[in-house]
Design a binder for this molecule. Structure first.
Ligand code: SME
Length: 176
């Protein structure tokens, strides 16, 4: 009788891939692309610029994607894609300042309902801000805006957190 060897690992991989939503698949592919962009390069500005360009050009319905880095006690604009933005955001102000102060990812379905939201682009209607940490130390935030109400959900939060973890691990020791 002919027998057929069943390759265990690929089958498991396939099963896991099938369970992923399209958005999770997109983020999984962005992790691979980000690792490839970072590979061999340790210039923070270059890497943050490429990271923001990757997000801006790969994620649908996004009109701003970029960084604010913590400088002393305020957030200062870093590499980004989108319209020119406000340069300095005090801790606790706007979505970015609140996310930085509370050290947590904030999803804002409608920015017009967020008290103290700082409008950099009138086209923005929803926003997600993900803090960047080196261990316990806050380095800054990644900020994404969308013209669509309710654009960002928990899968975006999870995917973006994984991406910033890859980014920070790569930049570790550069003194962001
Ligand atoms: N909306 C942000 C300000 C930064 S821009 O969106 C690029 C905030 O409220 O913190």
């Amino acid at each position: 009788m002919k027998t057929k060897a069943i390759p265990k690992k690929p089958a498991k991989k396939k099963a896991r891939a099938l369970q992923q939503t399209p958005k999770q698949k997109l983020y999984a592919s962005l992790v691979v692309q980000l690792r490839s962009l970072l590979n061999g390069e340790h210039d923070l500005i270059a890497n943050a610029a490429n990271f923001s360009a990757l997000l801006f050009n790969s994620l649908p319905n996004v009109n701003w994607a970029g960084f604010y880095f913590l400088r002393e006690d305020e957030l200062v604009l870093g590499p980004f894609q989108g319209n020119p933005a406000c340069v300095r955001i005090p801790m606790g102000k706007g979505v970015c300042g609140v996310a930085a102060q509370q050290c947590e990812t904030i999803i804002v379905p409608n920015v017009h309902e967020f008290p103290g939201h700082i409008a950099c682009d009138v086209a923005s209607n929803s926003e997600i801000v993900v803090p960047l940490f080196d261990g316990e130390r806050l380095l800054g935030v990644l900020d994404l805006d969308s013209p669509s109400i309710g654009r960002f959900d928990d899968q975006d939060a999870e995917g973006l957190n994984e991406l910033v973890t890859v980014f920070v691990a790569h930049e570790e020791g550069l003194g962001i």
